[in-house]
Design a protein around this ligand. Sequence first.
Ligand code: SF4
Ligand code: SF4
Length: 337
Amino acid sequence: MKYIELGRTGLRCAQISFGGIPIQRADAANTMAVVDALERHGMNYIDTARGYTVSEEYLGAALEGRREKFILATKSMARDYQGMKADIDRSLANLRTTWVDVYQIHNLPMDDFAQVFGPGGAFEALEEAKAAGKVRHIGATAHNLDALRRLVEEYHHCIDTVMFPYNIVETHGTQVLRQARAYGMGTICMKPLAGGNLEDWDLALRFIAQADVMDVIIPGMGDVEEVERNAKVAEDMRPLTPEEVERCQAIRDELGQHFCRRCGYCAPCTVGIEIPANFLMANYLRKYNLNQWAQTRYQNMAHHAGECVGCGACERRCPYQLPIREMLADVAAVFGY
Ligand code: SF4
Ligand code: SF4
């Protein structure tokens, strides 16, 4: 396992580490087994979020007695001082610790900068927590390139780390991430598998390592098998062959930019459609020819793409500006309802 310094934080992190979203589908016992596996493989960076429902609590229980072996990062969607202050204390209680190594402003869009960094904003609570030793470093996550650029250009003096999507089909952050590193900011890679759209995790993780713009790569892991799978890649981090470089290009050509990353930020739908699940079923049917399986799963969903009333609320929340209404119309056409 290769260890990398996370920018000026000086934290020595395993290059391939742990993303905590999928822990939401695990239980407490399974989370314990996952943390055992992380420890066994030296994957020492754990990322979670207030917004990942039970993830902080399960991880907190699993880290009991071994907290100091891990670098712990979490994040909050709070935008004001009171909300962030309350969330930091809640995270500390959930994670059963007195400090978080990296506390991040979660999914910062351009529209929220003024509030977060203005008087009475979330950043004040983070600075206060840092002075009190509750938070060691302050980070931010973004899904939008303009927001990343602004974080790097205007806030590099006070934001220690940035997290951004980077993978075979999303390399638009390259230049700005290089700039972040030049300023001493740590860079953390989310969505290394493009929200589950990339099947070949070995190729996907090695592609990111070779690009050399990200310090830490955090694929989501919800069970021991996934930890073992990623650890295996980390332990054999060889360069891409010319054939693999060609395969990356073929994947880009096939996926394009209009694909759902399954981040869930578009929820809730006005009529209850599970938007990413609808896209997923259509993909299973179209790409993998899992006709009967996808038909049955689609049928069992409470609401279907064809029920979309076109209100557009989901599109305003999608950080990738996906034309969700159009995409759902395609799904409805594929399944017929
Ligand atoms: S546009 Fe359709 S999918 Fe989006 S929130 Fe409205 S009803 Fe739901
Ligand atoms: S439609 Fe957009 S917001 Fe919703 S899950 Fe997909 S990428 Fe995320």
